[in-house]
Design a protein around this ligand. Structure first.
Ligand SMILES: NC(=O)c1ccc[n+]([C@@H]2O[C@H](COP(=O)([O-])OP(=O)(O)OC[C@H]3O[C@@H](n4cnc5c(N)ncnc54)[C@H](OP(=O)(O)O)[C@@H]3O)[C@@H](O)[C@H]2O)c1
Length: 287
């Protein structure tokens, strides 16, 4: 099976490329080689490539940057996705679109399922949800996978996001702070990669939530687990999100339940603590 991957240099892409490469013949142009906002360039690449699937990861993922640059965020996250979906329809190529648990309002007290109606509360969430709607409108149900993932960790040495930063802080400082009143579903990129392969090879289609299993976690819960797995003695102070004002509003509940994955694959993803433990051991080797 021939597969085109966008956004392959990102946190998710860099971890899942080797997993995809074990199963599929993968072509993964860099941002410089194929800017997804160059609609004609993308059309030529997909039309000439003879691909069975496009796995579309590329996006602007900095929530505060999106808040300040809504038009550019909409262009990259939504309109470029629309263009890719149209090309997939025209060329008979199937599409995996990676979306986010950040499409929900965060007002629910329990994890969101695939049945819940999105109501994004920031520009990033709105642009990703628009991307989802384009995919659903343009492609037939049997031609796409929309995979909403939770709070990603991965990337190892290149990880500049929460888990990588917290790992470094716990190594360098005697005391750190972590937010304890916003909840999400931690997700290991490696587990997302394995799940994408299983869904594609198993002939599954439609909208899925993908999260490691286990109770919703705050940043504080995740920091405490990182400390345990790395054997740090640093103190972690739980603080409210209001301590770190951000330009983009963060929904207080972003956790997701992966109900359809369990139905499709007959199993849950492993508990986020087991996945995080494996990842922290990797960080100890790679950083
Ligand atoms: N990180 C999370 O917690 C999270 C959670 C839920 C969903 N997601 C979704 O998962 C996917 C991957 O996220 P990630 O964390 O791996 O993101 P990331 O680390 O920010 O990587 C984004 C990737 O997209 C590329 N890109 C950005 N603009 C582009 C453009 N105009 N043309 C071509 N490539 C472009 C980047 O290339 P350059 O770096 O070279 O610019 C990079 O390879 C995204 O769709 C994101 O919305 C992420």
């Amino acid at each position: 099976m021939r597969v085109l991957v966008t956004g392959s240099s990102g946190m998710l892409g860099s971890d899942i490329l080797p997993i995809l490469g074990r199963e599929f013949e993968v072509v993964a142009p860099s941002h410089g080689e194929m800017d997804i906002t160059d609609f004609e360039r993308v059309r030529r690449a997909i039309a000439k490539g003879g691909f069975d699937w496009v796995i579309h990861l590329a996006a602007i993922t900095d929530l505060d940057w999106c808040e300040d640059n809504p038009e550019k965020a909409f262009l990259v996250n939504a309109l470029a996705t629309k263009n890719i979906a149209e090309i997939c329809r025209d060329t008979g190529t199937k599409l995996v679109y990676i979306s986010t648990s950040g499409v929900f309002s965060g007002q629910k007290k329990t994890p969101y399922t695939e049945q819940d109606i999105p109501k994004p509360v920031n520009v990033y969430g709105r642009t990703k949800y628009e991307g989802e709607k384009f995919v659903q409108e343009i492609l037939d149900e049997g031609d796409f996978l929309i995979l909403r993932v939770g709070w990603l960790f991965g990337g190892g040495a290149r990880d500049k996001k929460f888990v990588g930063k917290m790992f470094d802080l716990l190594r360098e400082r005697p005391k750190v702070m972590a937010v304890d009143d916003i909840f999400g579903s931690p997700n290991y990129s490696i587990d997302i990669g394995e799940t994408i392969v299983q869904l594609v090879e198993g002939g599954h289609y439609g909208l899925f939530h993908i999260a490691n299993s286990g109770e919703p976690a705050s940043r504080y819960d995740i920091a405490v687990a990182i400390r345990e797995f790395m054997g740090s003695a640093a103190e972690i102070e739980p603080v409210p999100a209001s301590k770190f004002p951000t330009r983009a509003f963060r929904p207080p509940m972003e956790a997701i339940d992966s109900i359809r994955i369990e139905d499709a694959l007959g199993k849950k993803l492993r508990h986020w603590r087991r996945a995080l433990e494996e990842y922290v051991k990797r960080l100890l080797r790679e950083r």
